[in-house]
Design a protein. Structure first.
Length: 162
């Protein structure tokens, strides 16, 4: 996964399938303030998700071909079928947004920008910097594990409190 080419966003790839990002807002992306424009972020998330799906479909297509020659083995997809499948894969969403901070912009615009791909693990603490309850941490960890285990193409984007 090539996250480094998106230097205008404040994102960090924790692993190949877990990407951390800082607060989205409506103004232009400003790395020094750790703020990402929500439209830029949505474009980045969707493009990375599509790239992951195409990469997986291409890898599956290569596995289906026999060793040295490029003729498909029995039951393997033809080139046109593979291209059609890649197009269908691009229409699927292989991302999930995990919001650990309850960011107001993400809450307000998240459904519009990311559809139903936003899970909020917001917590109320007595101070802005208090830790979440262990139950909430467990809920987040189990949800993240389930999402990544569901499909090897799935990518998790985690928004954490600044």
């Amino acid at each position: 996964m090539e996250v480094t080419r998106h230097t205008d966003l404040d994102v960090v790839a924790l692993t190949e399938r877990i990407v951390l990002f800082r607060s989205p807002w409506l103004l232009a992306t400003h790395k020094e303030c750790h703020r990402n424009n929500i439209d830029d972020l949505a474009t980045f998330v969707k493009s990375l998700s599509i790239a992951s799906a195409v990469k997986a479909a291409t890898a599956a297509s290569q596995v289906a071909t026999s060793g040295g020659d490029k003729t498909p083995t029995a039951g393997a997809a033809s080139k046109s079928e593979t291209t059609e499948k890649q197009g269908q894969e691009q229409d699927r969403c292989f991302f999930q947004i995990f919001d650990l901070s309850g960011n107001s912009i993400l809450k307000e615009y998240g459904a519009e920008k990311f559809g139903s791909r936003l899970l909020s693990f917001d917590y109320n603490s007595s101070s802005d910097h208090g830790p979440p309850a262990l139950e909430l941490i467990l809920e987040f960890c189990l949800s993240l594990y389930w999402w990544l285990d569901l499909d090897p193409r799935n990518i998790a984007f985690v928004h954490f409190k600044d």
